[in-house]
Design a protein around this ligand. Structure first.
Ligand code: G3H
Ligand code: 13P
Ligand code: ZN
Length: 359
């Protein structure tokens, strides 16, 4: 089966009022567990690869792996998406390697550390959109910078993320600027900043509206009801996985992620793509640790990987069900990239800016 584009998938999700998890992948076991979960519940899925994943597995391996998953599970529409592209070259090389969608993250400069100017973000995102749409690929842009409203900082644990202290203005996407950004860049999906950050250490307590600004999403959705919104940093950092890791020799300090019920509220307010990496890492690592502790004489990696895949599959099934993704795969007829390119060229996919509903 041809891979689906992000735009076609999120248009379907919007029409039917569901969200789609975008799970990060780096290897075969993650791919198998995620797509098996999708197949079990009849869900489409977004598999996304970071620049780190591309250098870990290699573009050729990733492409063949995802094509193999599509061949093994033809009933599952799979979108292959570049996560946090830092410049045009990253986005175009992804498309050349079979990705059907790219994120041009112009909220930061190419070093993925320096906050970028608004004009830089608009210009680079627009350039990527023109080129990607010409070949039918989709584009996610980002406005606002991911980081904690508690500390004003981006997560330290992943290699990318703004350096230094960020202001509230930078950490919360401005709804009026979001309208201008979508109009000028014509991106297919918009990643917004609302207090979430990458990694496990998002919040020092169960988040309330002060530190997880769901109101910002509501305000953006009010001005851009037809734009597909993306929530990054959306791992829930489940307590049972923290406990599993710590019960098996891990030393993760107590932490809180984004509660699944908050994501469900987001989906009701136009969030269509929900980025999850940390939870998947924790699911697998928790089982590796358990196995290593329970069977110190074990050395067959499959004995570690099988329970790790099962734990990941359970997690993914839960997210497909909670986000309403389950039950929709069979109804999706995948449109190829050539046809998507023709639709962009005809203006059929231009952003619809419905003015503020209240106006
Ligand atoms: O953007 C953050 C994702 O969790 C990817 O992380 O760059 O370590 O692969 P990574
Ligand atoms: P988490 O670290 O919360 O899983 O976020 C992943 C993400 O946003 C990838 O782009
Ligand atoms: Zn992200």
């Amino acid at each position: 089966m041809a891979l689906i584009t992000l735009r076609q998938l999120l248009d379907h999700a919007a029409e039917h009022g569901y969200g789609v998890p975008a799970f990060n992948i780096n290897n075969m076991e993650q791919g198998l567990a995620i797509v098996q979960a999708a197949a079990a519940v009849d869900a489409p899925v977004i598999l996304q690869a970071s620049r780190g994943a591309r250098s870990y597995a290699g573009d050729i391996m990733l492409r063949h792996m995802v094509q193999a998953l599509a061949e093994m599970y033809p009933a599952v529409p799979i979108c292959l998406h570049q996560d946090h592209g830092n410049n045009e070259a990253t986005c175009y090389s992804a498309i050349r390697h079979g990705f059907t969608s790219v994120m041009m993250d112009g909220s930061l400069e190419e070093d993925m550390k320096t906050p970028a100017s608004y004009d830089y973000n608009v210009d680079i995102t627009r350039r990527v959109t023109v080129a990607a749409h010409a070949v039918g690929a989709s584009v996610e842009g980002e406005l606002g910078i991911l980081g904690s409203l508690e500390t004003g900082e981006a997560a330290a644990e992943d290699g990318s993320g703004a350096e230094g202290k960020l202001s509230q203005d930078q950490l919360l996407t401005d709804p009026d600027q979001a309208v201008d950004f979508v109009m000028r860049t014509r991106c297919d999906a918009l990643a917004i900043a609302c207090g979430t950050s990458h990694g496990a250490y998002k919040f020092t307590r169960k988040p309330d509206g002060e530190i997880l600004a769901m109101g910002t999403i509501a305000a953006i959705h009010d001005k851009l009801p037809d734009t597909h919104l993306v929530m990054h940093g959306s791992s829930s950092v489940p307590q049972h996985l923290q406990d599993l890791i710590n019960a098996s020799g891990g030393e993760m300090p107590q932490t809180w992620g984004v509660p699944v019920e908050e994501i469900e509220k987001g989906i009701a307010m136009g969030v269509r793509k929900v980025n999850i990496d940390t939870d998947c890492r924790m699911a697998m690592t928790g089982q590796f640790r358990r196995l290593a502790q329970e069977k110190p004489d074990e050395f067959d990696p499959r004995k570690f990987l099988i329970p790790a895949m099962k734990e990941l599959e359970t997690l993914c099934r839960d997210r497909f069900e909670r986000f309403g993704t389950a039950g929709h795969a069979a109804a999706i007829k995948v449109v190829g990239m050539d046809e998507m390119a023709a639709r962009y060229a005809a203006g059929a996919l231009d952003p619809k800016i419905t003015a503020n509903k209240a106006a």
